[in-house]
Ligand binder design. Structure first.
Ligand code: UDP
Length: 236
């Protein structure tokens, strides 16, 4: 499948049209941003690793009955996906306190939560992705009530699967972000699942294996992404 036209360039990916109107190529860049793009950099080979990691996780989720936009990985940095209409909501699932939750609630990072937390953010770079709730979603017609119910069920199902999956790889899934899109009357999991949008901590050492290493200038960023990739692929 050939790339025809650049449709959209985001912070970490570029979307291209293809010969088929219902299919796009999602190209993974090495660019990394944090703090609403105030911090910029590159992580060498991140695009390649993220494409492979996300492709694998989408395949596994499809096997669990979760519908995604993933069709196939077509090269190192290219993923063929269904052309969805992105729902402008970021869904964050949290199993352990970290990041903005720790700041907002004044609790230590790593503190256990009694229950899983699901949060919604309005996807808007201009506004810095403000946190919203279901009333905002309804009042601003960001998604229908049915879509929101479906998204919540799917996000929690994805969390249950990924928690167990990463645990088997010696990784604690602290939190992660999901995006969904509309396609042919259905809602599909879209975007990506990579260490850019997940907090992954080594079970034994507690070492961070995700974008926090870039956000917080912790070094060994490339190594951390490679380690996640290798554990997912079962390479020792
Ligand atoms: N996240 C993301 N994109 C965003 C905001 C958050 O992928 O625009 C992910 C982030 O990597 C983490 C989770 O969502 O795994 C929760 O992020 P948090 O709200 O703690 O924000 P942060 O501390 O990253 O600003």
């Amino acid at each position: 499948m050939r790339k025809i036209e650049k449709l959209y360039e985001g912070k970490a990916k570029i979307l291209y049209s293809t010969e088929e109107p219902g299919k796009l190529i999602q190209y993974f860049k090495d660019d990394a941003t944090a703090f609403n793009a105030r911090k910029k950099g590159t992580i060498k080979e991140k695009g390649i690793l993220n494409n492979k990691i996300s492709s694998r996780l989408f395949e596994l989720l499809e096997n669990e009955g979760i519908k995604t936009h993933f069709i196939e990985r077509v090269s190192d940095r290219d993923m063929l996906v269904k052309r969805v209409e992105i729902i402008p909501i970021e869904v964050v699932i949290r199993n352990v306190a970290a990041g903005s939750l720790s700041q907002r609630m004044g609790i230590d990072e790593g503190a256990n939560l009694k229950d899983t937390i699901l949060e919604f953010y309005y996807k808007s770079d201009r506004l810095g992705d403000p946190m919203i709730n279901e009333y905002h979603i309804k009042a601003f017609s960001l998604a229908t009530e049915r879509e929101i119910e479906f998204i919540k069920v799917m996000a929690l199902k994805i969390n249950r699967f990924l928690l167990r999956y990463f645990d088997n790889k010696g990784i604690r899934l602290i939190d992660f972000k999901l995006e969904f899109g509309r396609y042919d009357g259905e809602v599909l999991l879209a975007d990506e699942i990579t260490p850019d949008g997940c907090r992954l901590w080594d079970k034994e050492s507690g070492e961070r294996m995700d974008k926090d290493r870039f956000r917080r200038d912790m070094g060994k960023i490339e190594e951390a992404y490679l380690e996640v990739y290798e554990r997912i692929m079962g390479v020792q």
